[in-house]
Design a protein around this ligand. Structure first.
Ligand SMILES: [Zn+2]
Length: 160
């Protein structure tokens, strides 16, 4: 498996693909979202294309016209179902079937190992720490652990 930083496909997703964005982050893929942009930009499509080119990201879109404009830099996501969307990207060899829990699903920041203090202060954390690896988003100050989202997601993605 390649290192997180080297040569992996990076994505930018349109506003229709919020759930896919979160899934890709759980799968370890650097994914920015149009949802992070301010609303009301009438040239948002052009902006997304520019960002894709400048930042070397594949533009994921449900908009056929936008995908056509993006040429090789864009992928038209065909299904409305998130698991079918993941499967399309696996089939086209853009991504691997895996769950890394290495990025924050909310903000795309790389997670680091949580320290004891952070785990203890999170009231939503499980109290039995055995066999659990905790991770932390510095930006959202949010605790993640295998099983919080991972177990369910791993099952869904693992089945294919
Ligand atoms: Zn975050």
């Amino acid at each position: 498996m390649p290192d997180d930083c080297c040569g992996e496909t990076r994505f930018i997703a349109d506003r229709m693909l919020g759930t896919l964005t979160r899934y890709l982050r759980f799968m370890g893929y650097d994914t920015t979202s149009a949802n992070q942009l301010a609303l009301g930009n009438t040239k948002e499509d052009t902006l997304l294309l520019d960002m894709a080119v400048q930042d070397h990201r594949i533009l994921l879109t449900r908009d056929a016209e936008l995908a056509r404009r993006g040429k090789d830099q864009a992928v038209l996501v065909r299904s409305e179902d998130v698991m079918e969307q993941v499967q399309q990207l696996i089939d086209s060899e853009q991504i691997e079937r895996r769950v890394t829990m290495s990025r924050c699903s909310l903000c795309n920041t790389l997670l680091r190992e949580a320290n004891t203090c952070e785990i203890q202060n999170a009231e939503y954390a499980p109290k039995d720490w055995r066999n659990i690896s905790f991770r932390w988003c510095e930006r959202c100050r949010k605790l993640y652990w295998n099983g919080s989202h991972g177990t369910q997601l791993e099952e869904r993605i693992g089945k294919g």
